[in-house]
Design a protein around this ligand. Structure first.
Ligand SMILES: Nc1ncnc2c1ncn2[C@@H]1O[C@H](COP(=O)(O)OP(=O)(O)O)[C@@H](O)[C@H]1O
Ligand SMILES: [Mg+2]
Length: 339
């Protein structure tokens, strides 16, 4: 659908008050068309899901995830008002919704991390957000029925991250396939599904979480590992200045755990997170959604060897995984000096 048609629609809905309308395409979207619409007085963001994603490999997904995104935004807005964009208008038939726009005073967390602007408070706040969503929805049948989106999660996460990576690493494929099967059958709480720094805006007094179209009632370890994977990848990207990124893993896990522990049974959650984290780490090197900033073949090989070595270990603690990774990074001292 042409953005101009959407604007016409917004006029009819009474959202625009002047005809001096500017439409701008927002950068960053791989799975949706995202436009910023301003009429001089008000600004909104229009989001519409694409059937074919903008990535290197062919990758298709069901556009009904636009509805799923709205359902997640509504659920979380009730729980923590102001932590996600408010929905201002939506049209089920045309497959889009309009949300409030967060302007220049909101910075994308991924941009901050890639600028070496690392703040433990950001990781803690993200963990508190996630912990509260997981805690609230834990074994809640009603939420489970509303987010029965396993097929979508399979298409957008399990297949491109786990199964695509398994195909490129035959000796490890059993681990990936077993994990894919286990995830398909797990129903514990409401998972965001794309909980990464690029989908979090850091504002002057609060954090805003975006992009929940992969929301799924399933395995909480996924959101945790998905976020921590970004910290691991940044530690590699910034080698030998990895320490501040590695510290975020501990900040994130510690805060999340303090929200969940003693409320729900989290006994073996840490081991599941660590196991999945290793797989997602390799997935960002060799799966369908590769980290665009890891271009050095030497670095990619470090990840391949590291994951191959650690994946067979059982019930790995996160602190041990981080310790092993730090030791691995240190063992390449010569490379970092020459690099
Ligand atoms: N409501 C909003 N206010 C400000 N920026 C936004 C808003 N929604 C999206 N963006 C920007 O557009 C980018 C892409 O939007 P997102 O919802 O993450 O789409 P995609 O699913 O395609 O990744 C975000 O990373 C963010 O930078
Ligand atoms: Mg996004």
């Amino acid at each position: 659908m042409d953005p101009h048609d959407i604007v016409l629609h917004l006029y009819k809905a009474g959202l625009l008050s002047s005809d001096d309308v500017k439409i701008e395409t927002l950068q960053g979207g791989v799975s949706s068309d995202i436009h910023l619409v301003s009429d001089g007085k008000n600004s909104f963001v229009i989001k519409r899901a694409l059937a074919k994603l903008r990535v290197v490999d062919d990758w298709y997904a069901d556009v009904s995830r636009n509805q799923v995104e709205q359902a997640y935004l509504q659920y979380v807005d009730k729980l923590m008002p102001g932590s996600v964009p408010a929905i201002l208008h939506s049209d089920r038939n045309l497959g889009f919704f309009v949300m409030e726009y967060f302007g220049d005073e909101y910075l994308n967390w991924k941009d901050l991390l890639l600028r070496n602007d690392v703040n433990p408070q950001h990781a803690k706040e993200a963990a508190r957000f996630l912990g509260r969503v997981h805690r609230q929805s834990w074994h809640d049948d009603r939420v489970s029925r509303n987010f029965d989106t396993t097929q979508n999660f399979f298409d957008l996460r399990i297949e491109p991250y786990l199964l695509a990576t398994a195909k490129r690493h035959a000796p490890l494929s059993n681990y990936f396939e077993e994990e894919a099967k286990r995830m398909r059958e797990t129903r514990i709480c409401l998972v965001h599904g794309d909980f990464s720094p690029k989908n979090i805006l850091i504002g002057p007094d609060r954090m805003i979480v975006l992009d929940c179209e992969v929301a799924w009632y399933g395995e909480p370890a996924f959101d945790l590992a998905f976020m921590m994977n970004h910290f691991l990848l940044k530690s590699l990207h910034f080698a030998p200045d990895w320490e501040s990124y590695l510290a975020l893993i501990d900040d994130f896990w510690g805060t999340y755990y303090s929200v969940l522990a003693y409320v729900h049974d989290t006994a073996d959650l840490e081991g599941r997170v660590a196991h999945l984290l290793l797989m997602l780490f390799l997935a960002r090197i060799d799966g369908k959604s590769q980290a665009e900033y890891i271009t050095d073949g030497y670095k990619k090989d470090i990840v391949r060897r590291f994951v191959t070595r650690l994946l067979p270990l059982h019930e790995l603690r996160l602190a041990d995984l981080v310790g092993e990774w730090r030791a691995e990074l240190r063992s390449h001292e010569k490379h970092w000096k020459e690099y």
